[in-house]
Design a protein around this ligand. Structure first.
Ligand SMILES: *Cc1c(COP(=O)(O)O)cnc(C)c1O
Length: 411
């Protein structure tokens, strides 16, 4: 019996691919959902080819349906990837990891000892901490850039080994000019990795803009229910895929079959969840921008947002993460107005304490709306305002979300 997942032909909308990809082969009386195969080893003798299963840390059929579906999504909707419009691009391959951080660690392993890594000054914090450790232990030079400043990114590529892009960034929601920075990296012979966690493959497909590797914290929107931790890398480069897979095998950061099954189940509703979350986020951002208790809102949907035009050009929607700074209390000083100081922190924390529906929690991309003050983490970049709240908009009724947020801001 074939264990290869079945994915329909090219040309389907991503909203269809999330439902149809990675199903079992269509046999009479066969399963419509993949099973949860539980094996640490497989029957094997003699010399094993790369396509054969032998030991479950190296390759595991529990991963294949999800990997196939994610490859189809990031590769442009085609079974096993392929360029949009049927171009000559190689098929995309997805490699599942035990967490987004395991995927980041594998991506950073592409930088040689003594090499140079270009990275956004605002990006996922644990990734930044890992970059600093690698820098100290392996003599890697770190060049931080404002990822929205294309000239600065291009200048930093000189002699670099790897460019890490986040867009929109966590938590400042800066938007990179993906075609420009990824094209420049390619021209300079610098490999690029785009963390596509915030946008999802429904919001943007970085491989089509020239990225070598796309990275996901599957924990967030792809799985979507705040019940698993997983990560993934996607690439069209077969040699790179082999290197990244070998990293996974040797470092052992592999996904469990149950978690993988949950992630695929979550992926089935990604299009619906993300459509609702994005629409609600745009509506909440619009209302927050007019709220008397709000000092600043960041969301690329807002016409005045620095990332608005770019996001409109390269994204499908604007994502469902919002940055908000509450207005300081009357009589507050200049520091509070700038978002720093104990009074500004207290004001932002009071909003987190006052919500009743929004969950006070870290993480994002689940069906439940969540918020947190990002600088409560000591590792968050110090250029992020101390009173910045990051809101992850879920799929609840937007009026209920608004009523709770409005009351918390006025409390
Ligand atoms: C959460 C997150 C990660 C890390 O993923 P884990 O699954 O938590 O290991 C990486 N990048 C971004 C943008 C994230 O939000």
């Amino acid at each position: 019996m074939s264990t290869a997942p079945h994915t329909p032909a090219a040309g389907l909308s991503p909203a269809t691919v999330v439902v149809s990809a990675g199903r079992p082969a269509r046999e009479q009386g066969g399963h419509i959902n993949p099973s949860v195969p539980l094996n640490s080893t497989y029957v094997s003798r003699g010399v094993v080819t790369p396509d054969e299963l032998s030991y479950a840390r190296g390759d595991n059929d529990a991963w294949h349906p999800f990997e196939e579906a994610l490859a189809a999504l990031e590769g442009g909707g085609e079974a096993g990837g392929g360029a949009a419009g049927g171009g000559a691009a190689a098929p995309a391959t997805a490699i599942l990891f035990s967490s987004g951080m395991a995927a980041i660690a594998a991506a950073f392993s592409l930088v040689p000892d003594g090499g140079t890594l270009v990275l956004p000054r605002h990006a996922y914090q644990a990734g930044m901490v890992l970059a600093r450790q690698i820098s100290e232990r392996h003599g890697v030079t770190l060049r931080y850039v404002d990822i929205a400043d294309t000239d600065a990114v291009v200048a930093a590529l000189d002699g670099a080994d790897l460019l890490l892009v986040e867009s929109p960034t966590n938590p400042m929601l800066e938007v990179a000019d993906l075609p420009a920075v990824l094209g420049a990296a390619r021209a300079a012979g610098v490999r690029s990795v785009v963390d596509n966690t915030f946008a999802t493959p429904l919001g943007q497909r970085p491989l089509e803009h020239g990225a070598d590797v796309v990275l996901h914290s599957v924990t967030k929107y792809l799985a979507g229910h705040s019940d698993v931790v997983l990560g993934a890398l996607v690439t069209r480069d077969a040699a790179l895929a082999a290197t990244l897979r070998e990293h996974r095998t040797l470092h052992g950061a592999i996904a469990g079959p149950f978690e993988t099954w949950l992630a695929l189940r979550g992926l089935r509703t990604l299009a619906l969840r993300f459509e609702r979350a994005q629409a609600s986020a745009a509506e909440l951002a619009r209302r927050l921008a007019e709220h008397p208790e709000v000092a600043e809102v960041r969301h690329p949907s807002l016409p005045g947002d620095p990332g608005h035009e770019r996001a409109k050009a390269q994204m499908n929607g604007f994502g469902a993460i919002i940055g908000v700074r509450p207005r300081p209390r009357p009589g507050a000083g200049d520091a509070e107005a700038a978002g720093t100081g104990p009074a500004a922190v207290e004001r932002a924390d009071a909003v987190v304490d006052a919500v009743r529906l929004w969950l006070p929690a870290t993480s994002l991309g689940g069906v439940e709306s969540m918020l947190e003050r990002r600088r409560r983490w000591g590792t968050e970049a110090h250029t992020v305002p101390e009173d910045l709240l990051r809101l992850s908009v879920g799929i609840e009724d937007v009026e209920d979300l608004w009523a709770d947020l409005d009351a918390a801001l006025r409390a």
